[in-house]
Design a protein around this ligand. Sequence first.
Ligand code: ACO
Length: 317
Amino acid sequence: MRIIGTGSVLPETTVTNDMLSQFLETDDEWISSRTGIKTRQVVTNESFEELSAKAVMAAVEDSNINLEDIDLFICSSTMSPYLTPAFSCVVSEILGLNCRCFDINAGCSGFISALEIANSYLKSDSATRVLILCAENMTRMVDWTDRSTCVLFGDGIGAVIVDAEDSFLSITSGRYDNGDSLVMKSPGGNSPFMPKDEDNHYLVMKGRDVFKKAIEAINHDLKKAVFESKVMIEKINHFLLHQANLRIIASAAKSLKVPIKKFRNNISNRGNTSSASVPILIDELNKSGLLKQGDIIAMAVFGAGFLSGASVFKWAK
Ligand code: ACO
């Protein structure tokens, strides 16, 4: 598998930490020092599906292929405006794309899960060019009166297109016990046969538990992916981690004894965009010319489930 093109789209509206402190008991000092986040983008009156279609078209253009060349479309989405049809169908409808498509929900780890699935299709010759869209409308998910969660997230969309050339050196994923550390229940409906729904339908998170498990999982998965890639860790040019917290990224750099400057990040102005965070980062690095042909990239993701994963690949666009 090889990444042949990338695209991303962020909503126009930027929300600063100071804007949040106007309606929450919080401040820029707390948010930036605990998380590294300064601003995030949020959907206001835009159509999330139109923004997602634009991200796909940006990836198609970057790949130098035609939309019709895509024969499988996998969408990773923890939260979109639709429960049904699958968000991949909604975006396909806008684009006039009629290949097979389906959604996965692997939380913030969805990008690696989608890559693993794409890899299997490509390896078995069941697809030739796969579109992966990570579309995350996280600001619909959080309780905007809960300062411990809503300050962390932003909306964003990242897309990549992969083909069957050989540039992935390793890919791994797994699951850790989640308990009730990171949960959002779906609305219970009004079935007369079920007890009255009294659940909270926002994202509920035990931040410290998630923090500890994220560090454990990322360190474990990154070390495994680097070992399996047979690449010396010093030869890796860029480390791209799920953008949830700058302190989690710093801890991984310390544990792997890799200079922090190799850990590219955009968390300060994107916040946590769930599964879209790594593909958005890849697109930003790609478009800014920071990724050179032959560069070795290691990535690691972590999220609800707890699901985690990592991969090492060569930039060979
Ligand atoms: N502003 C001010 N104070 C706050 C805020 C806020 N926004 N949020 C919480 N606090 C308070 C708490 O109420 C608590 O006060 P108390 O001591 O009086 O009870 C205090 O700050 C400390 O709270 P902690 O939760 O212990 O703070 P911590 O240093 O652990 O930082 C944080 C919290 C940033 C959430 C951290 O635990 C973290 O990053 N966890 C990982 C979260 C994460 O990565 N989530 C996403 C992964 S999965 C996914 O992407 C969906």
